[in-house]
Design a protein around this ligand. Sequence first.
Ligand code: 3PY
Ligand code: MG
Length: 252
Amino acid sequence: MMTLADRLRCGETIYSGWIATPEPLIAEVAARQGFDCVSLDMQHGLHDPISVMRSIGGIVHAGKPAGVRVPVGDFAMASRALDMGAEIIIAPMINSLADAEALVAATKYPPIGGRSWGPARAMMLHGLDPSTQLATGDTSSIVLAMIETREAADVVDDILALDGIDGVFMGPSDLSVTLSDGQEIEPAAEWLDEPIKRIVDRAGEAGKIAGAFAFNATRARAFASLGYRFIAMGPDQVYLAAGIRALLDGLR
Ligand code: 3PY
Ligand code: MG
C-alpha cells in the first residue's frame, strides 16, 4: 500500500483535517469522513503529548495517516510524534537555516539527522519490524518547515535545499501579520498572492512538497491549482459550527 509520503511524492493532492480539540474521538470521526489525512495541532490547538498519542491511534485505526503540528521550537516533540506513529510533521516558525537544521536533527535518523531510536508505538501501528523501520523511517515520514514570516520567506531556498526537509508549509495568517509589519491579519489579502505563489514555485523548483493552511474550500482549491499538495483545512470547531448551522437551517 502506498504511504502518505509516496502519494505526496507522486504529486497527489492531500486534504488534511485539522484538529485543535484534544479528544481522540473527534480526530477519529474526522478520519472516518472524506479527509485523506488528519492533523493534530499542538501549537494553537490544545493537543498535548497524551492526546496526540491517543488520537494518532484513533486516526490510524480508521485507516488514515496522522499529522502533527508541534509547538514552536519543540523539536523534541517532533521526534516523539514520529515515535507515536505520525507520518507528517509540521513545524511552525522555521525562520532560519539553523531552525531547519534543528528540525532535521530531531526527525531524521543518522546520517541525515540525529533522531534517537525508540519508535515502539509507530512500529506497532504500522506493522513494521525494527530493521524495516530504520530503513524506511526517513522516507516514509514527511517533515514540513512552516514558512510564515518575512525572515522565512527570505531564506526559503536555503531551507528547501536542506537534506531531510521534505517540503514547506505556508501559513497565510502569520505571513499576513509579518509581511504587513504587524498592521494586518488578513490571510486572504490579495497582496499575499505573490508570496503565496513564490513559495510554492520555489518548492517545485527544489523538487520538494508544498503544503498550506486553507480556511475554506475555495482557498483550498486555489492553493491546489497553484501546486500546493498538502492542504490542511479546519479547525474542528469550524466543522462543528457548520454542522450545527446546517442542522438548524434544515428546521426552517
Ligand atoms: C498561519 O496561517 O499562520 C498558520 O499557522 C496556519 O495554521
Ligand atoms: Mg501561523
